[in-house]
Design a protein around this ligand. Structure first.
Ligand code: NAD
Length: 255
């Protein structure tokens, strides 16, 4: 699909991968709605892209329904949905003092990353299904963001890996169901991409992370490289129901 003149929603669009994607879609002529819980980031990106900033907690049903309604009013129903909203935090299943992990982090991570993705997909797909078809009978495209941790979760990543594994899992049945409406569903599984999420990694640990990549192995990926892949997925009608790793060949070790 050529995004020019069409509406696109980017969740988590106020930072990192979502920000880079919102900017690229806007440069290609899309009308972009930037969904985020962080309105400072969302408003900054909306200003730079000529789009609209919409407050949305993807883990919350009412907040997300309200955000889609606001987006429909502002830019029209979206043909493109890029799900980038996400959080990442670690916790051991059995803590170092022998006590069990708390339940809250797992519940929150799954609520934001997995349920949040589903929550936006269900509303976004229903909107797309009612739009007139374009070339190739296509009505819309959904791009979800998993992680290589969906496949090679490290020690301490149980919650994050489970949430991202869930995103991988829902891609195929969603694509199979939505194909009848001309809606494609693709998943990107990034490795290490330089964003505020990775700024927390200490300098000495970074070098080890670069080195675990096959090539390039002297830097992290760039948010623009994620955005370029997301755009390419939107533009290429033969990409559907798959997961693409964007990871310079890395295979994460146990820790
Ligand atoms: N950066 C990486 O190396 C990397 C690797 C693999 C996967 N990912 C995934 O890519 C996605 C984007 O990550 P990023 O690196 O750009 O991080 P980031 O922290 O820069 O951006 C994430 C954005 O999501 C927003 N957000 C968080 N919770 C939200 C909620 N409940 N509702 C709406 N918005 C919410 C944040 O405010 C932020 O603007 C995440 O799902 C992350 O797990 C990132």
């Amino acid at each position: 699909m050529d995004v020019k003149g069409h509406s696109a929603i980017v969740t988590g669009g106020g930072s990192g991968l979502g920000e880079a994607t919102a900017k690229l879609l806007a440069r290609k002529g899309a009308k972009v709605a930037v969904f985020d819980v962080n309105m400072t980031g969302a408003e900054r990106v909306a200003k730079e892209t000529g789009g609209v900033a919409i407050e949305c907690n993807v883990a919350d049903i009412a907040s997300t329904e309200k955000a889609f309604e606001a987006s429909r009013k502002a830019v029209g129903p979206a043909r493109v949905l890029i799900n980038c909203a996400g959080i990442g935090a670690g916790e051991l299943l059995v803590k170092k003092d022998g006590s069990p992990s708390g339940a809250e982090l797992f519940q929150k991570t799954v609520a934001v990353n997995l349920f949040g993705t589903f929550n936006c997909m269900r509303i976004g797909a229903a909107d797309m299904s009612k739009l007139p078809p374009l070339a190739d009978e296509e009505r819309g495209v959904i791009v979800n963001t998993a992680s290589v941790a969906a496949f090679e979760g490290q020690i301490g990543q149980i919650a994050y890996s489970a949430s991202k594994g869930g995103i991988v899992g829902l891609g195929l049945p969603a694509a199979r169901e939505l194909g009848r409406y001309g809606i494609r569903v693709m998943t990107i599984a990034p490795g290490y991409i330089q964003t505020p999420l990775l700024d927390q990694v200490p300098e000495n640990f970074r070098t080890a992370l670069f080195a675990s990549q096959v090539f390039p192995n002297k830097r992290f990926g760039k948010a623009d490289e994620y955005a370029a892949l997301a755009l390419s997925i939107v533009e290429n009608p033969m990409l559907n129901a798959s997961v693409i790793r964007l990871d310079a060949g890395t295979r994460m070790p146990p820790k």
